[in-house]
Design a protein around this ligand. Structure first.
Ligand code: ATP
Ligand code: MG
Ligand code: MG
Length: 383
């Protein structure tokens, strides 16, 4: 069978490997961690770093196609690999998605509205009139995730102080009144054919995705507009693979593009159980030159992220696995554990998909199940 390669062996790598294996491919995972979650089902190739030239050469030699599971992969490495084998997504797409300044400029250039933003690469960028961007959020241009590398600022003085603290290229973005957040996950094949999964509604807690509901509680028109926007981004990037695009729905109903991720996305984990194909199968198909599979929703669903917080004693030697019985007892509930050795507060450890007649009902139920787990771990959620 053909061998596929992936840079990174975290939970996204693990779910990619699981999909690839059941589809008849073998996989080599490149990761510096011998306990990487993906290693359980793949041939793990330990590397010192993801730009380790010798490791990349061996991967290119042995794999028919290569992808990445994380967005901060060295774009140069992707470009180098592309000279030797099939690589998706392209290094250039990854480079745009990794840099908020390039990313937001790209959206704007393609007619997709974003929040008013100001690139900040030197101190005097903040000397001008900032009233269009305040109150706002100063976000690092690179390497931010789960709300890390962001600071809310109300005044120009606060913005300047925040930039001094961060000390790296940033964007100052106007704070928008959000009604809700949604995401679109599109798969684009090498020949340009595209398929979009149903729009997901995303609820965050302390900067981290908490619950995803599908279908999203938005109008059909708005859902279609978001799907079309995601397709436009994928086509404009000449993208091959799975691309996630996050949007804000404003209080007045308008749509704003927030950011994209050049890979399967946490908000697409519902596709493991609730759609005809999953985002990981789509990634395998795209890199193997196959057309995208069907993306129809089988049942409404809520996906619950399970962080280390629900592990009793998380972060200590006395850490124990939660009792999953209440989740497993649900006839339409599906638990996905990532096989991580160590549970820590805030660390993504697993997720749970619950199908129901209505997404709302599923969301209410998973919130109850989550609170039960938190309580059993001796923790409770602060508002
Ligand atoms: P991710 O983990 O999704 O990659 P991130 O750290 O890259 O997150 P963003 O998605 O840009 O950061 O922002 C995190 C969250 O902060 C958003 O999901 C949203 O709830 C809030 N937020 C970000 N920008 C704005 C804005 N302009 N107006 C209002 N809320 C915002
Ligand atoms: Mg992000
Ligand atoms: Mg985000």
């Amino acid at each position: 069978p053909a061998r596929l390669g992936i840079l990174g062996g975290g939970q996204l790598g693990r779910m990619f490997v699981q999909a690839a294996r059941t589809m008849g491919y073998t996989v080599t995972v490149l990761d510096p961690d011998p306990d990487a979650p993906a290693a359980e089902f793949a041939n793990l190739h330990l590397c010192a770093a993801f730009d380790d030239a010798e490791a990349l050469r061996q991967l290119a030699d042995s794999c028919a196609a290569i992808t990445t599971e994380f967005e901060n992969v060295n774009a140069e490495s992707m470009r180098w690999l592309a000279q030797h084998t099939v690589v998706s997504p392209r290094g250039e797409c990854v480079a745009v998605a990794q840099d908020r300044i390039r990313e937001k400029t790209f959206f704007q250039q393609h007619g997709l509205p974003v929040a008013p933003f100001l690139p900040v690469t030197q101190a005097d960028d903040l000397d001008s009139d900032l009233s269009d961007y305040l109150p706002g959020i100063l976000k690092t241009a690179r390497l931010g995730y789960d709300g890390k590398g962001q600071q809310r600022v109300r005044t120009a003085e606060e913005a300047r102080a925040a930039w001094q603290q961060l000390g790296v290229p940033c964007v100052l973005e106007k704070m928008l009144p959000l009604q809700l957040e949604i995401s679109a996950i599109v798969t684009r094949a090498a020949d340009g054919q595209m398929a979009v999964f149903p729009i997901a509604e995303n609820q965050h807690h302390q900067g981290i995705l908490d619950v995803t509901l599908v279908p999203a509680r938005v109008s059909t028109d708005l859902a279609q507009a978001a799907q079309q926007a995601a397709c436009r981004v994928a086509a404009a990037l000449d993208y091959v693979g799975v691309l996630a695009v996050e949007f804000f729905v404003l209080e007045d109903g308008l749509l704003r593009v927030n950011e994209m991720a050049p890979r399967p996305h946490n908000s697409g984990h519902y596709t493991l159980d609730a759609t005809v194909s999953s985002q990981f199968q789509q990634q395998v198909r795209a890199m193997c030159g196959l057309p995208p599979a069907a993306t129809d929703l089988l049942r409404p669903v809520a996906m619950l992220n399970l962080l280390g917080d629900v592990w009793p004693g998380a972060g200590t030697d006395a850490c124990r696995e939660p009792d999953w019985q209440p989740l497993q007892a649900e006839a339409q509930g599906f638990l996905h554990l990532y096989g991580k050795r160590e549970a820590r507060i805030g660390r993504k450890m697993a997720h749970y998909n619950l199908l129901a007649d209505q997404a709302n009902t599923a969301a209410e139920r998973v919130a109850v199940l989550r609170d039960t787990l938190l309580q059993a771990a001796g923790r409770a959620r602060k508002a």
